[in-house]
Design a protein around this ligand. Structure first.
Ligand code: NAD
Ligand code: 6OD
Length: 488
């Protein structure tokens, strides 16, 4: 079974590859062994890229747009038909609650194919008729053609969702892909290979090579000259390394990177809604969401009440493994990430933060004691210059600061190298618009968080990304727009 021995998926077949190297995929819940994963080297990457290149010239490249859309609908249906397999695999790899994965990760995995399959059938083109000196005129029109072989490098926090968010539009536009999933979460990417075959996706269109980043499959994929474009979701520092690799051959990149996202809570907000939304934005997926809010600014007059209510909410969270139906928070992804998050917990205490709640490792019974658990944590009292308010922690934690004035809080919210997203909680819609437009970010949610319409542009400003994906914006990256000028 693919899950116990996770292999590369190249040219329509599962293969162990030639390196002979494997690595262990361990459960974040209790540290037990989930599977053994084959690590790809330059040879496996080259084979996957060659398969992807050949597939461009095969039946995939000759397929009409409606036929391609039909195939992608079958992929979406195939994911839904194997919902339980995907759910089990995603929960095993990540340790996240089944309720979360069954409402978000797996349905979005299918939706990411449907939305782009439908979109591609209705893409308009542009045409201009121009005068020429001889009076006959010329017609200019634009056509979109696939970029070619697209490398998709994805992270572990929402594995299926974030990988298909890129594979869906890449394939809809007629490209072929080589995916390098996170070493922490290889399984759903492998399962998707089975779905691709069952859906009739031609061999070589979807390829997967497993491994790590530096000196492994990730780096080798970015360096392979057969890759035409690279789409990446992950840490900003990794984005810098990939951008350097992409410079050779002047390949295009699309980046969704890290964040240090602010939530701004005005005194005139609906407090219940602000607490409910902030509970999710700070603690959902154990705080491992790039859109999460680790900096919360609350207007002075409601500061104490807000802190007390968020504390109450955090202390009511139930930590447990995916199969615990009552649990609403799982572990962090790995012991390594637990060490990183706990280092920030210690740093906050060392810097004199007021630890409102949490700050340590919870007592977990039995086998769970071997997992990567941390307590949901809230701090107050640190200055804006503290690393706790400047660096992405990517854990279930947030710092709450008071503010007294709209202009002041906009300046503080913008004082960061990141610019992914923000949320604004207010009963004054004029203020909601005004503040949203003043924030240096790619996405603002007003009186909400992580509400997604997949037709809208998604991406970050400053060091949080390059480019936008979503709806027609994805087409800008996954196609070349060619202008054809015909003299009449
Ligand atoms: P990461 O950057 O460590 O790894 C992401 C992927 O890149 C993995 O597959 C990894 O193996 C690969 N990789 C690492 N080094 C590489 C290299 N030198 N060359 C090629 N590939 C390499 O990120 P992560 O820890 O998996 O994910 C968490 C990070 O992702 C956080 O910073 C989070 O904010 C960010 N993220 C951003 C978004 C977004 O939409 N902006 C979404 C999810 C996660
Ligand atoms: O919803 C999406 O399309 C998306 N890219 C979400 C990113 C979440 C980050 O963890």
């Amino acid at each position: 079974m693919a899950e116990a021995d996770v292999r590369h998926f190249i040219d329509g077949d599962f293969t162990a590859g030639a390196t002979g190297r494997t690595f262990e995929n361990r459960s974040p819940v209790d540290g037990s062994l989930i599977s053994t994963v084959h690590e790809g080297g330059r040879e496996e990457v080259a084979a996957a890229v060659a398969a992807a290149r050949a597939a461009l010239a095969g039946p995939w490249g000759r397929m009409s747009v409606p036929e391609r859309a039909e195939v992608l609908h079958r992929v979406a249906d195939g994911i839904m038909a194997r919902f339980d397999d995907f759910l089990a695999a995603e929960c095993l790899d990540t340790g996240k609650p089944r309720s979360l994965a069954s409402h978000i990760d797996i349905p979005r995995g299918a939706a990411n194919f449907k939305i782009f399959a439908d979109l591609i059938k209705n893409v308009p083109t542009e045409a201009f008729q121009m005068p020429t000196p001889d009076g006959t005129g010329a017609l200019n029109y634009a056509v979109r053609v696939p970029k070619g072989v697209v490398a998709v490098i994805s992270p572990w926090n929402l594995p299926l969702l974030l990988m298909t968010w890129k594979v869906g539009p890449a394939l809809a536009c007629g490209n072929t892909v080589v995916v390098k999933p996170s070493e922490e979460t290889p399984t759903t990417t492998a399962l998707l290979g089975e779905v691709m075959n069952a859906a009739g996706v031609p061999k070589g269109v979807y390829n997967v090579v497993h491994g790590f980043g530096p000196d492994s499959a990730g780096q080798f994929l970015t360096q392979d000259a057969g890759v035409d474009a690279i789409t990446f979701t992950g840490e900003t520092r990794t984005g810098e390394a990939i951008m350097a690799a992409a410079a050779t051959g002047v390949r295009d990149v699309s980046f969704e990177l890290g964040g240090k996202n602010p939530a701004i809570v005005f005194a005139d907000c609906d407090m219940d809604a602000a607490i409910e939304g902030t509970m999710r934005s700070a603690f959902a997926n154990c705080g491992q969401v790039c859109l999460g809010t680790e900096r919360i600014y609350v207007e002075q007059s409601i500061f104490d009440a807000f802190v007390a209510r968020l504390k109450e909410g955090a202390e009511a969270l139930r930590l447990g493994p995916p199969e615990d139906e009552a649990a609403n928070m799982g572990p962090l992804i790995s012991k390594e990430h637990q060490d990183k998050v706990l280092s920030y917990y210690r740093k906050a205490a060392d810097e004199g933060a007021n630890v409102v709640t949490g700050g340590g490792v919870p007592d977990m019974a039995g086998d769970l004691a071997g997992g990567a658990w941390v307590e949901p944590t809230i701090w107050t009292g640190l200055p804006d210059a503290s690393p706790i308010l400047r660096e992405e922690i990517f854990g279930p934690c947030c710092h709450i600061s008071p503010f007294s004035d709209e202009g002041e809080v906009i300046g503080r919210a913008n004082d960061t190298p990141y610019g992914l997203c923000a949320s604004v909680w207010t009963g004054d819609m004029a203020r909601g618009h005004r503040v949203s437009q003043a924030l240096d970010v790619g996405i603002v949610w007003v009186n909400s968080w992580f509400l997604r319409d997949l037709r809208t542009p998604f991406g970050g400003a400053k060091q949080s990304g390059i480019g936008r994906e979503g709806g027609v914006h994805s087409l800008e990256f996954y196609t070349e727009l060619k202008n054809i000028c015909v003299k009449l």
